[in-house]
Design a protein around this ligand. Sequence first.
Ligand code: DX5
Ligand code: ZN
Length: 225
Amino acid sequence: MLDEIGIAPSILSADLMDLGHEVKTIEGARYIHFDVMDGSFVPQLSYGHPVLKALKKTTDIPVDVHLMIENPDEAIGSYLDAGADMVSFHIEAAKHANRIAGQIHEAGRLAGIAINPGTSVYALDSLLDIVDMVLVMSVNPGFGGQKFIPQTTEKIRAVKRLCEAHGAHPVIEVDGGINRETAGAVAGAGATLLVAGSAVFKASDRRAAMAELVQAAQAGLGKRA
Ligand code: DX5
Ligand code: ZN
């Protein structure tokens, strides 16, 4: 069902020294969101494909890899080999976005295209028919715990309209500053997969935190125009 809301907790906000246990606290998540940062496309370094490979051995929850890296064209193979179930790469970084999406599909995985707050939705135009997901950044990528950029809600609506014009139905994922206050608006605008780092991992009861986000998002769906 297209309107079904899913939560993808970002392990960037988890206790990385205890990742095996941390992922057990998020049973019921649609995806684990795995933020890869290279210290160049974004200022910080996080973790890469060896950690992904280890993570895949500890959980059955599919992993949604978000590549915030300068050269996804070169790196994509390593993340597919490490077992990524879905990979999103940035339109601002890809040299040959169409080719990368093709490689992801050849490996039998799902392809997402990520777009920064400062990039026009029209940059997605020639990719909407081939990707499985559009990842709309609602903060400037690089850090967890940032404040949601309010203009994102309108941007999600614009992505949705563009998809409709193409007759394409990629999942719309939103990433950054998602919490009980912001989930309703983004779901109402058309996002169905909500990344949440601090809103899930800073809570003592992670499953309750995820349920609250779904509830807030569903309340926003009711308000969809
Ligand atoms: C930011 C990352 C996000 C981040 C979200 O660059 O892509 O996935 O972990 O964290 P919160 O939900 O705390 O904004
Ligand atoms: Zn992310």
